[in-house]
Design a protein around this ligand. Structure first.
Ligand SMILES: Cc1cc2nc3c(=O)[nH]c(=O)nc-3n(C[C@H](O)[C@H](O)[C@H](O)COP(=O)(O)O)c2cc1C
Length: 345
């Protein structure tokens, strides 16, 4: 890359990043998504919104304690950043939470919503909804060793245990036996057998009023709503009833909505982030990562959807998809793809 371009990009980068790094309660967050919200994805999302709380993919206690890789690696610019843990052994969770706090994570979140068989065999994820006392133990043992907030992401029910009374009992038990005061609720139940994780994100019907009612009945808790939210207009509607909105698939597949989050949901005086500028601000990161041996496609797979609905979007996607995996592919592949969009603006 030309030196002047590098300097301009560095300036843009600093401008984009200025002000990030402070933790705020989660009025808007991007959901934890396995294989999607990895560190490259989060870095990119942070370029689009300084305010959104970002979640890691679920990381199991087993991976952190026994794994060979560094599952907690992230870039300082990703703050505010929550680590989502998967596990159900209070001691292992406490050990991992402590490590995560030392590594600088701003929040620890316990996964009580994932319905996959693999997770159920480890007795964690959504099946933990059936054992609220254990969830409380898990949360408490983490709270005993960290100062950062420990939060829970859960569903509105599991299998036949799907009444509002069941959900209230679950929350009540966790709250009374730990100091947890912050829950993210995916507004649909999970079927623990018979449906794939993907189907469990689509088939059980969404029930937003149930989550609103929960906030009414537990007004002292911070309640965020999740599931099927596709626009910031919808997010604003939800925020009339709950404290926070978590968006998953739409934020990943159409990340340009994140460019409007700071202005629309946090501070009307900040400008909407320009998506072309955000891509350019990613160049220094890409170069840094390539120099460490990262493969270009591992970064660019997260940016494919950024120009959704804009002329040139198809060419952008195609150029990246066809070229990012080639040996020696570097930032010029992205520059070239971007031209296919900017020349039509
Ligand atoms: C590819 C993918 C991976 C996911 N992985 C996780 C995960 O690791 N932990 C978790 O709590 N939820 C996970 N989820 C569920 C999301 O966090 C979210 O609850 C769900 O997608 C509903 O929100 P949405 O309709 O805004 O996408 C995943 C979802 C997707 C699409």
């Amino acid at each position: 890359m030309h030196e002047n371009t590098q300097i301009q990009n560095d300036n843009k980068f600093n401008e984009v990043m200025a002000g990030s790094g402070k933790f705020k309660p989660s009025r808007f967050s991007v959901a934890p998504m396995l294989d999607w919200t990895d560190r490259h994805c989060r870095y990119f999302h942070r370029l689009l919104s300084k305010e959104a709380l970002l979640y890691t993919e679920m990381v199991t206690t087993g991976a952190i304690i026994h794994g060979k890789g560094d599952y907690l690696a992230y870039n300082e610019h990703e703050h505010p950043l929550a680590l989502q843990l998967g596990g159900s052994d209070p001691q292992a969770l406490a050990q991992c939470a402590k490590i995560a706090q030392e590594r600088g994570y701003d929040e620890i979140n316990l996964n009580v919503g994932c319905p996959s068989d693999r997770v159920q065999n480890g007795r964690f994820g959504a099946c933990l909804m059936g054992d609220a006392a254990l969830v409380a133990d898990c949360v408490k043992s983490m709270q005993d060793v960290v100062d950062v907030p420990v939060t829970v992401k859960t569903r509105i029910g599991i299998d036949e245990q799907d009444s509002y009374a069941f959900l209230c009992d679950f929350i009540d038990t966790v709250v009374k036996n730990s100091e947890c005061d912050n829950f993210v609720i995916h507004a649909r139940k999970a079927w623990l057998s018979g449906l794939s994780p993907k189907e469990n994100r689509e088939i059980p019907p969404l029930d937003y009023p149930r989550v609103y009612q929960l906030k009414k009945d537990f007004p002292q808790l911070t309640i965020s709503i999740n599931g099927g939210i596709k626009s910031l207009e919808e997010a604003k509607q939800h925020l009339q009833y709950v404290d926070g909105v978590m968006v998953g698939r739409e934020a990943y597949q159409n990340p340009s909505i994140l460019a409007q989050v700071d202005r629309e949901l946090f501070d009307q005086t900040v400008p909407v982030m320009n998506t072309v500028d955000a891509i350019k601000a990613l160049y220094p990161y890409i170069e840094q990562e390539l120099s460490k041996g990262t493969y270009l496609g591992h970064v660019t797979r997260h940016i494919l959807g950024i120009f959704q609905g804009i002329p040139g979007a198809r060419q952008w996607r195609r150029h990246l998809s066809e070229n990012a995996h080639k040996p020696g592919a570097d930032v010029m592949v992205v520059e070239k793809a971007l031209e296919m969009v900017t020349e039509r603006l």
